[in-house]
Ligand binder design. Structure first.
Ligand code: SAM
Ligand code: SF4
Length: 326
């Protein structure tokens, strides 16, 4: 289904929980947040119903996220139910990888196609500074487990944060020389309580590219310099993998946006960077018809805003990334 600006909206990111075992500096305060009570989280059957309603509206690709999606004990069941829905062409997951050693194979067997693993640095101090409760060994176990399970291609998410992990951007890029991995550098976005950190420590993709080139020499644009999805792709000459730069702040890709989000507490979030949401939990739980649910997705697509207003200093204040589903 097309939105009112003619964009085909077909990619749904479903947040399975707002809880997380880590406390990344730009995402969640050390003390945690007020989390959605367990009985208010969507059950596996409810998630499948929501996904079916979304496919009726034209959604074809699903990404499971959070919080940390692998904290859900029923994560394999959720993937399996989604896999059985006709119309869903791809199921991906964004995860900090902490539980992937155990889960990668069962998830792949249940129908998960691929994962993005969040790892902000390979340098021990910089990893701990940004992702705080992260454990280095877990990161490498996660990547190996995902590769062994065939959750390919492996994409590594790096949120570049000045003074925290920016000295490690070239080291991360070097990983692509010998591995067919995609390292994706994401510009920091101001959201909810940790917005101040994002505003104070923001680094543009252009500066990240300059820093990588200063240490490693020139990198080559791919795809004729055009966006590939949300990323501008490059490669280190001769490398097996690629580098992607995602620039929602310095170079917004709103015109190509094809996505919408479902929050862990049962709301459709029309744009990551706008607080506009439509609640569907009551519709799901009060005996309304499936058609009513489909119609909420249709409304959401119709009312999707054009884009964000970060350049005007306006950013979402109500929720952090972990509460929306990044
Ligand atoms: N816990 C999982 C993880 O960390 O990948 C999934 C949820 S997390 C909210 C999804 C992604 O959001 C992370 O991979 C991280 O790259 C990104 N992220 C979180 N906070 C961000 C922020 N303020 N700006 C930009 N990206 C952010
Ligand atoms: Fe947790 Fe992911 Fe947020 Fe880090 S970015 S605190 S791993 S939800």
């Amino acid at each position: 289904m097309k939105d009112s600006y003619g964009r085909e909206i077909n990619y749904l990111r479903i947040s399975l929980t707002d809880r997380c075992n880590l406390r990344c500096v730009y995402c969640m305060p050390m003390r945690g947040l007020e989390f959605v009570p367990n009985d208010e989280l969507l059950s596996p059957t409810e998630i499948a119903t929501v996904a079916r309603a979304a496919t009726e509206t034209g959604f074809r690709k699903i990404r499971l996220t959070g919080g940390e999606p692998t904290l859900r004990r029923d994560i394999v069941e959720i993937v399996s139910l989604l896999h059985d829905i006709p119309g869903i062409e791809e199921i991906a997951m964004t995860t900090n990888g902490y539980r992937l050693k155990k889960l990668a194979k069962p998830l792949a067997d249940a129908g998960l196609n691929r994962v993005n693993i969040h790892v902000d640095a390979i340098n021990h101090d910089q990893l701990l500074k940004t992702m705080r409760l992260a454990k280095e060994a877990k990161v490498w176990e996660a990547i190996t487990a995902a590769e062994d399970a065939g959750l390919l291609p492996i994409k590594l998410n790096v949120v570049v944060t000045r003074g925290f992990n920016d000295d490690d951007v070239a080291e991360m890029a070097k990983l692509t020389i010998d591995h067919p991995w995609h390292v994706r550098y994401i510009e920091l976005m101001p959201l909810g309580a940790p917005a101040g950190i994002a505003l104070d420590n923001y680094i543009s993709s252009d500066e990240t590219i300059t820093r990588i080139e200063r240490e490693l020499g020139g990198i080559t644009p791919l795809n004729g310099g055009e966006l590939d999805g949300e990323a501008r792709l490059y490669t280190i000459p001769g490398a097996k993998g690629t580098l992607g730069f995602i620039s929602p702040v310095s170079n917004p890709y709103c015109g190509d946006c094809n996505r919408m989000r479902v929050t862990a507490d049962g709301r459709i979030r029309l744009c990551l960077l706008s607080d506009k949401e439509i609640s569907f939990r009551d519709t799901l739980r009060n005996g309304s018809s499936f058609r009513d649910l489909v119609s909420l997705f249709e409304q959401a697509v119709t009312h999707k805003p054009w884009g964000h207003k970060l350049e005007a200093g306006i950013h979402p204040e109500l929720r952090t990334m972990s509460q929306i589903g990044g």
